[in-house]
Design a protein around this ligand. Structure first.
Ligand SMILES: *[C@@H]1O[C@H](CO)[C@@H](O)[C@H](O)[C@H]1NC(C)=O
Ligand SMILES: *[C@@H]1O[C@H](CO)[C@@H](O)[C@H](O)[C@H]1NC(C)=O
Ligand SMILES: *[C@@H]1O[C@H](CO)[C@@H](O)[C@H](O)[C@H]1NC(C)=O
Ligand SMILES: *[C@@H]1O[C@H](CO)[C@@H](O)[C@H](O)[C@H]1NC(C)=O
Ligand SMILES: *[C@@H]1O[C@H](CO)[C@@H](O)[C@H](O)[C@H]1NC(C)=O
Ligand SMILES: *[C@@H]1O[C@H](CO)[C@@H](O)[C@H](O)[C@H]1NC(C)=O
Ligand SMILES: *[C@@H]1O[C@H](CO)[C@@H](O)[C@H](O)[C@H]1NC(C)=O
Length: 508
């Protein structure tokens, strides 16, 4: 899952996608059940409104010593009024900051510099941004600490843009006065679209900056944390802040050595041919590839109240398989957080953190073209080297549960947007068709799980901690060294695997 973007060498990227997949199939069933966010955006006629200040839900965590809260002001809905945004949002950081020096951000933040590399020299023009409108779902404008959105099309799976925007609004509540003025284009679709092409002339225009959830070796899209960090209401996946705690607790239930000594996977195979192919590795009367594979039927799960899709109770095997869906998959973090060894089928896509995962350190690489034999060997190796396997699982969990806690996800967004805005060569302005967006507009009229997850992930007020300190860019030598490390780990595993199978054949 590392460095292809810069260096033209083969590299692996690791991402997981089983939920996505399920969606292609099931999403349609859900889409009609969720409240129509676009109608809210369009109805911006102002009417008098009585304001009541709700007590927000319990503080998600009390490791901050925040003194000021930003109230959530919902107008009285029964009185036929339209929700408006409060005029007086705070525009300055918390006045009583914690004075201890902030920590340096985790290593994966360094990829922010790499993602913005194409614009480093000559910056980003309005024309470049506008050109990305072709596929974008919306344009986001931040102006004086407020968010405005111009919507071009609704992504069919509403959860995506709704919770992505919700996340950005929470960032503004967490760091008032810190998110700079900017304009950006966001595309909620799976596949990266801004193709890398060689620059033929020194004055060739740089590519369009387009934000999305994943990238690959051949593209330049800017990666941004996906919606699932604030919750995936369609399939009952809680905001990360809470789910990560559940996973942490869940890990204590069965210790590594007591877990089933097999490789587990549960997901929707219909979304991608390589997943259908994976199912061939399931245990049968004839063959045991050390894999235990299950099909996730989200429609059935939904009817049964999601009783069998609780992620925190799926950490019962020593090995968990990660395989991409149609593109990257949000399930990656849930699999890596299990304290089990993640067997990662060679991925094509990366998201904002996955480029910092190292084979043999955070995960075990599995071949895409020979999955069953690769998995069988991985499990046997792990069962023979139990301490090493256990520590690989723990390294991955620590990375996911510590370096990717919500505080850092917000810091990543802040740093990415700040660096991006530095490259803008024009003054951001609010387009005529844009509407102001605030937490009230989104949550006050929300219903069901969508409302629940929004209230849970609501940021109560400005952080009194400064964001982590942005690490410097990689220099070419450091990047090459990283890539070499990754490649040699992959080669090593390939060699072990080959020797193992030669030996097996000899002994048959
Ligand atoms: C909000 O919570 C406080 C303390 O928990 C309570 O005293 C107050 O009545 C609550 N207000 C509303 C409107 O529920
Ligand atoms: C959070 O606050 C509660 C009550 O004030 C306290 O009992 C608990 O120890 C705190 N937890 C942490 C992690 O600080
Ligand atoms: C509705 O709003 C109007 C104007 O703000 C107010 O006079 C009226 O009492 C409200 N009605 C209810 C039922 O709250
Ligand atoms: C709200 O008021 C408008 C105009 O006063 C009316 O057209 C609309 O039907 C009302 N909506 C509801 C839900 O009462
Ligand atoms: C894989 O094998 C297990 C055990 O026989 C079985 O329970 C499961 O349904 C199988 N999975 C698939 C996708 O066939
Ligand atoms: C505020 O509280 C009222 C009454 O408990 C509830 O109906 C409403 O949905 C709440 N608003 C929000 C934004 O949670
Ligand atoms: C090959 O198989 C033999 C006998 O099963 C075993 O002792 C030896 O360690 C194996 N070597 C490798 C490289 O797996």
């Amino acid at each position: 899952m590392i460095f292809r973007p810069l260096i033209q060498l083969p590299a692996t990227s690791v991402i997981i996608a089983f939920f996505l997949l399920s969606f292609l199939v099931i999403g349609v069933f859900f889409s009609t059940h969720f409240h129509d966010f676009s109608s809210i955006l369009q109805s911006s006629t102002h009417q008098k409104h009585s304001t009541l200040t709700n007590n927000t839900t319990k503080t998600p965590s009390n490791n901050t010593h925040r003194k000021t809260d930003i109230p959530l002001k919902c107008s009285d809905h029964n009185n036929n009024t339209t929700q408006t945004c409060p005029a007086n949002y705070p525009s300055k950081p918390d006045p009583n900051p914690d004075t201890s020096p902030p920590p340096t951000c985790p290593e994966y933040f360094r990829w922010i510099h790499e993602d913005l590399q194409p614009w480093k020299k000559n910056g980003i023009t309005r024309r470049m941004v506008d050109k990305a409108q072709k596929t974008a779902n919306f344009r986001l404008v931040i102006h004086n600490g407020k968010a405005y959105i111009e919507r071009y099309s609704e992504y069919w799976q509403k959860n995506r843009d709704v919770f992505t925007l919700w996340g950005i609004l929470q960032l503004l509540r967490r760091y008032p006065g810190r998110v700079p003025d900017l304009e950006l284009m966001f595309d909620c679709d799976d596949y990266p679209k801004i193709k890398k092409r060689p620059r033929r002339w020194p004055f060739d225009e740089a590519p369009s900056p387009l934000f999305r959830y994943c990238g690959d070796d051949g593209t330049r899209d800017v990666v941004f944390p996906d919606w699932s960090f604030w919750g995936w209401s369609d399939i009952n996946i809680r905001p990360w802040e809470f789910l990560s705690k559940d996973l942490k607790e869940g890990n204590k239930k069965v210790k590594f050595t007591d877990r089933e000594p097999y490789a587990y996977w549960k997901g929707n195979p219909l979304v991608a041919p390589h997943r259908m192919d994976l199912l061939k590795c399931n245990v049968s009367d004839k063959e045991d590839w050390n894999a235990r594979l299950y099909v996730q039927d989200w429609e059935k799960e939904k009817q049964q109240g999601f009783k069998h899709s609780d992620l925190a109770s799926q950490c019962l095997n020593r090995y968990k398989i990660y395989i991409e869906g149609s593109a990257w998959s949000v399930s990656e973090k849930y699999i890596l957080a299990c304290d089990s060894v993640s067997l990662v089928v060679k991925p094509l896509y990366y998201d904002f953190f996955s480029r910092s995962l190292m084979p043999l350190q955070h995960y075990w690489p599995v071949r895409e073209d020979d999955k069953c034999r690769s998995i069988k060997f991985a499990v046997e190796w792990g069962n023979k080297h139990i301490e090493k396997a256990q520590s690989m699982g723990k390294t991955a969990s620590d990375f996911i549960l510590e370096d990717m806690k919500m505080d850092y996800v917000y810091d990543y967004m802040l740093h990415l947007l700040t660096e991006y805005a530095k490259h803008l060569k024009f003054k951001p302005r609010i387009p005529e068709n844009a509407v102001e967006l605030c937490s009230e507009i989104m949550v006050c009229s929300a219903v069901g799980l969508e409302k629940k997850f929004m209230m849970e992930s609501l940021v109560k007020g400005p952080s009194d901690k400064a964001p982590c300190t942005m690490p410097p860019p990689y220099d070419r030598a450091a990047l090459r060294a990283l890539l070499r490390r990754e490649t040699s780990a992959l080669k090593l595993v390939e060699k072990w695997e080959k020797d193992y199978w030669i030996n097996q054949t000899k002994h048959v």
